[in-house]
Every structure is written in structure tokens, then in C-alpha cells.
Ligand binder design. Structure first.
Ligand SMILES: [Zn+2]
Length: 286
């Protein structure tokens, strides 16, 4: 008797479009985080992804920019006398790293966030995280789910004591750590719809820091989760890599970089292509 297959293709898709689970989950892990001093190179992930056959995935396309971010982009910005650059051009997009499937752009709004606070003295941690969410909310629609909500969130912010691996391979305590993974989103599918390629984020955040540092770290990690996958070299930006005594508020450069990220094509958020467009796709059967 033959072994039964470990995974049976879902009947939703016609046979040529069935994907092996491994093809998505094997490339699922991306890690970024900030140490107390110094930072991990965001281009390094803890597990190198295997080669990907991109013929299986939706083609990269640009999503419509959310209204709030577009409004901010299009508002007139003051230029200081003698400034050498247009404020719109003042960004650090060249420090951003795309995932194997493209920039980590959200396209289904609002982005939902769930919190798992520390069990002991959660108030200080919750205050910082909720303030960080409020700081980003004017630019991207975010929705905080009630504690204990059964709905799976796009971004999970969880109390924890994460560690990161340094370039020398040593394990060090970190203020926070953010990871992403990919999955096929089958929510709200109508008959004939195809699943979307989606991502979700997990932020692990320590609680034993001063309130300003807690807020600065929460704001920074939420920046990663919202698509800023990389670090600024300027300590006046929220996405500066190292922890500082007085963390920055959102800067024009942070927001300009966010705009640039949301102007990039990505495979994320798009449905798998129709059968006729992928007739060349090889080896998709399990
Ligand atoms: Zn960081």
C-alpha cells in the first residue's frame, strides 16, 4: 500500500494551480530586531531561504496607496531656506530591504493588531504599545482588536524577552524582535475568487525598559511591521537602528520612506494568477 499524501490539494483551485505548502512556508521566515547597542543587519535572516520558483506566485504590482498616506504625501511641505533637497526626496529608502516576495506592503485595510501583554504589571507596556499604534494611525488605517479576540490579527505584538544572533553567531538579548511569515489568505473569498498571497507579522517586545524606551522601541518595531524593513542611519528618525536615551518621534524622513515603500510593486496582497496565465507553471503538484 502506498503512503497517503501528507497534504491533499484544496479543491478550490484547478489542478494546475495547486501549490505545495512547502513552497510557501519554506520561505516564510524573516527576522529583524534591535539590540540594546548596535543592530542586526536586516538583510541577514536566521535561516537562508531556499531558491524560489516565482512562476508559482502572483506577479509584482503596485497597490493603491491608502488615502491617509496619499494625503500626507501630497500636502505641501515647507522647505527651509537654503535647503539642498526637496523634502519629498529626503528619505532612506535605499536602506530598505525587500522580502523574497517584494516589499512588505499591506493592502487590506484596516491592518488588524492584537496584543498579548505581560501577565504581571501590564499597564506600562500596554500604554507604550497603544501610544505607538496611535502615532502611526494617522498615516495607515490600523485597528486594535479586543484582547482575546478570536480573529487572527495581521500584526501580533507580544510581550517577551527575545534574543537575536549577532553577526559573530552569538546570542544576545534584544529589546525587541519582529518576524514575518507568508500564507495564502482565503478570508472573504467569493465563488471563483483565488486566494491572495499575504503576510503576517509578530513583534516580541520586552517590558523591563523605561517608559520612553518602551515607547521608542514599540514605535520602531511597528514601523518594521508596517513595511519599513531596514534602518535609518540618522538618530532623529524612528527607524534608527540603536536604542537611544530619547527616542525620536516620527520624522518626515520616516514618512517619506514609508511612502516610497508603498509605491513599490510587490507580490503580496495579490491573488494567484488565473489558470491561463500560469499554464507554463511547472511542477506545482504535490
Ligand atoms: Zn529595527
Amino acid at each position: 500500500m502506498g503512503r497517503s499524501p501528507r497534504w491533499r490539494p484544496r479543491s478550490l483551485l484547478p489542478r494546475p494551480l495547486r501549490l505545495r505548502r512547502i513552497s510557501l512556508w519554506a520561505i516564510a521566515l524573516g527576522v529583524i530586531g534591535c539590540l540594546v547597542l548596535g543592530a542586526i543587519d536586516p538583510s541577514r535572516s536566521e535561516e537562508a531561504p531556499p531558491p524560489i520558483d516565482f512562476s508559482q506566485f502572483p506577479a509584482p504590482q503596485v497597490h493603491p496607496m491608502p488615502e491617509a498616506l496619499r494625503r500626507w504625501r501630497d500636502q505641501p511641505k515647507a522647505r527651509s531656506p537654503g535647503a539642498l533637497v526637496n523634502p519629498q526626496d529626503d528619505h532612506y529608502f535605499d536602506q530598505m530591504v525587500a522580502s523574497p516576495l517584494g516589499h512588505l506592503v499591506w493592502s487590506r485595510w484596516p491592518v488588524t493588531i492584537a496584543l498579548v501583554p505581560p501577565t504581571v504589571a501590564p499597564d506600562r507596556w500596554l500604554t507604550a504599545v497603544q501610544q505607538a499604534i496611535a502615532d502611526w494611525s494617522p498615516y495607515l488605517p490600523l485597528e486594535l482588536l479586543p484582547v482575546g479576540s478570536a480573529e487572527p490579527a495581521d500584526i501580533m505584538i507580544q510581550w517577551g524577552n527575545p534574543t537575536l544572533r549577532t553577526e559573530a553567531g552569538m546570542s544576545r538579548a534584544a529589546n525587541a524582535r519582529t518576524t514575518y511569515e507568508f500564507y495564502w489568505d482565503r478570508r472573504d473569498l467569493q465563488k471563483g475568487d483565488r486566494p491572495r498571497l499575504a503576510h503576517r507579522m509578530l513583534i516580541q517586545l520586552r517590558a523591563d525598559r523605561s517608559p520612553p524606551q518602551l515607547l521608542g522601541t514599540a514605535r520602531h518595531e511597528l514601523g518594521h511591521a508596517l513595511g519599513l524593513w531596514g534602518h535609518s542611519r540618522d538618530r532623529r528618525d524612528v527607524m534608527y537602528a540603536a536604542a537611544v536615551a530619547h527616542p525620536a518621534h516620527l520624522s518626515i524622513r520616516d514618512l517619506n520612506t514609508l511612502v516610497k515603500v508603498y509605491e513599490q510593486p510587490t507580490r503580496l496582497g495579490w491573488a494567484i494568477a488565473p489558470a491561463d496565465a500560469t499554464s507554463r507553471a511547472p511542477a506545482l503538484l504535490d
